[in-house]
Design a binder for this molecule. Structure first.
Ligand code: GLU
Length: 606
């Protein structure tokens, strides 16, 4: 990590640049949470603390908490509440989240993942013919809604690490919801592409004008219903969401959906608990920078840290380990080996990873999947010769020497979400990735019916389960739907430490469905092995594979690179791949933060 200490760009300048470019430079968004253009970000240097989030108003709310003497968790809560208002397509009260927290001594993994209702069955996403439903048919409505976990998770983290009173953390969001906020260009772009949202009467009355047109960028939108719900939560805590009138409105929206109802009950909401898990940590030697790190991420139900740890570990067994960037970009040779490592990692992910309360880890320990001996053996499948071709098939391994009785889960679409990174003045740091799953979640907006406009959106997180519960031979898939179970995730909030001293060096993460793993891995390799600062690492083009074709970010790689990869036998597809990375790294003078130019985030601090 060699940060360039650039002067912080003024927020107003960035906002002006954002609106200009996002309106003019948009390409059609084929991804579920679409692309909305590229806005140059300078990176931001700070001294004492820093907060990075996907929307400037949310980042400002976090900064206000830090200025008042709040902790990283205080800031993250204020950020999340504003994101629920200004970036409702990605996260909020109706969703789930993972928060990785370091308090200067100990790292904890807070799990606020949604869980399946007690009425859910393994066949939840099978059609009448016994075949998996079309993905989009499953998403919209009550069927896909899991028990929201974000708020209980934040309350749990606040009890342990908060410094400001709980109620103070809601002030910025309540103020903005009451006074109104200007719809951002990204939100407007995504709204314009969302006919299904209009079918929900609550969402239609809020996001669309009386003629049925989506409100444009710059329109000042007020959400008095959300302001009222947040005011109640500020006073009474998560019970104000998970019990009583709001809980009744949530279950009514789910159970009485006209075409696609679900079973989520008041009992499911009242009994949901967030949990603190042991983080999954692994060593990473950066072969070019010649430095040793320890990286910590979320354990299952997220597959993020396992997949990232496997990819980085496997890469170090290939010639890619010491390959530098070529003209500032990953070379064809590097991408080839990265793809091979990823295919092996995704094969293990499909085979093994699911809610740890429901499935046993291989060899009794999730660390078996990151064991250096296991990775060395897995790396033996990659041909390291100069003209090596893509391996024809990447099977799952046998960590701990054991075979497991699960069938691999077929690929499924995953997209949506937001990432927050914070470091405070007290030595705490966090990485939090927060989601309602797809863009606009289940397209269901909750409102208590008391005459106030607006509300909050419900997640479609249950579509992160395998639609198919068993394979053709009847073998169960680890990530099948079961009552009370948390769906497998790809969210990868990551904290980086110096291996020798344990000093916190960086916090990062991203939205992007299963590609979160690649977006985050790219940023880590960029910062830790290629010597880029956080902003430069985020800016690198996106790439990755879920096991099938190699996806490359549109128009970012030279045709010669694409041809070289095709010559090695890879099927290459170029697509937008809109990440939403944020990263904060330690520097000699404080911190340096980066925000994804593909989204609207900024970093603020002091
Ligand atoms: N639901 C996905 C997960 O938990 C995240 C969706 C996204 O980031 O786009 O892995």
């Amino acid at each position: 990590m060699r940060p360039l200490l650039l002067a912080p760009l003024r927020l107003a300048t960035l906002l002006a640049a954002t609106s200009l470019c996002l309106l003019a430079c948009t390409s059609p968004p084929p991804q579920p949470e679409g692309a909305s253009g590229w806005v140059h970000k300078p990176g931001w240097a700070t001294h004492t603390y820093a907060v990075a989030a996907a929307n400037p108003l949310a980042t400002q709310a976090g900064q206000q908490m830090l200025q008042k003497g709040g902790s990283a968790v205080d800031a993250a809560i204020a950020v999340q509440m504003v994101l629920a208002l200004v970036e409702p397509q990605s996260s909020g009260l109706g969703g789930g989240a993972f928060l990785l927290h370091f308090d200067g001594h100990r790292t904890q993994a807070f799990d606020g993942r949604e869980s399946a209702p007690s009425g859910a069955t393994p066949g939840l996403f099978l059609g009448p013919n016994g075949k998996p439903m079309a993905f989009n048919d499953a998403v919209v409505g009550g069927r896909s809604v899991g028990v929201p976990g974000t708020l209980r998770m934040l309350a749990l983290a606040h009890r342990q690490h908060g410094r400001l009173p709980w109620s103070a953390l809601f002030e910025p969001a309540i103020r903005l919801a009451t006074m109104g906020f200007a719809i951002s260009p990204r939100m407007a772009t995504l709204l314009a592409d969302e006919p299904a949202l209009k079918a929900d009467p609550v969402a239609a009355a809020y996001f669309f004008n009386p003629h049925g047109q989506p409100w444009p960028a710059g329109h000042v939108l007020r959400n008095p219903e959300l302001a009222a719900v947040l005011t109640d939560i500020a006073q009474r805590g998560p019970d104000a969401l998970m019990t009583g009138a709001v809980a009744r409105s949530i279950t009514s929206a789910v159970q009485h959906h006209s075409s696609n109802p679900g079973t989520l009950s008041e009992h499911d909401l009242a009994t949901y608990s967030a949990v603190v898990r042991e983080p999954l940590c692994f060593d990473y030697h950066a072969p070019i920078e010649q430095r040793d790190y320890r990286l910590c991420g979320m354990p299952p139900p997220s597959s993020g840290a396992i997949a990232i740890g496997q990819i980085l570990g496997l890469l170090n067994h290939t010639p890619a380990a010491t390959l530098p960037l070529q003209s500032g970009l990953p070379s064809g040779d590097w991408l080839h080996f990265y793809t091979e490592a990823s295919r092996l990692a995704f094969a293990d992910r499909a085979q093994f990873v699911a809610d740890p309360d429901f499935v046993q880890p291989p060899a009794g320990d999730w660390n078996s999947l990151l064991d250096p001996n296991y990775l060395a053996e897995r790396a033996g499948r990659i041909d390291n010769s100069p003209a090596a071709k893509a391996m024809p098939f990447a099977p799952a391994g046998q960590p701990g020497g054991l075979s497991v009785g699960y069938a691999p889960m077929p690929d499924q679409v995953e997209h949506g979400t937001s990432h927050i990174s914070v470091v405070d003045a007290y030595g705490n740091a966090l990485a939090m990735t927060t989601t309602i799953e797809g863009g606009w979640g289940a397209h269901l907006m909750v409102n208590r019916g008391q005459g106030l406009v607006g509300g909050f959106l419900l997640n479609n997180e249950l579509t992160d389960f395998s639609f198919q519960p068993f394979d053709a031979s009847g073998k169960p898939i680890a990530n099948r739907v079961e009552p009370g179970k948390r769906p497998r995730s790809s969210m990868s909030p990551t904290l980086v430490f110096d291996k020798a001293t344990g000093q916190l060096l960086a916090s990062t993460g991203s939205p992007g469905g299963a590609f979160i793993i690649h977006f985050t891995a790219k940023t880590l390799v960029g910062m830790l092995n290629w010597g880029l600062n956080a902003q430069q690492a985020i800016n690198l083009p996106n790439f990755g594979t879920l096991g099938g074709p190699l996806m490359l970010e549109d128009s970012r790689f030279a045709p010669a690179t694409v041809l070289a990869l095709q010559a090695r036998g890879h099927t290459v597809v170029q697509a937008p791949l809109p990440s939403g990375l944020q990263a904060i790294e330690r520097t000699e003078t404080g911190y340096f933060g980066g925000a994804d130019p593909r989204r609207e985030g900024v970093v603020l601090g002091d």
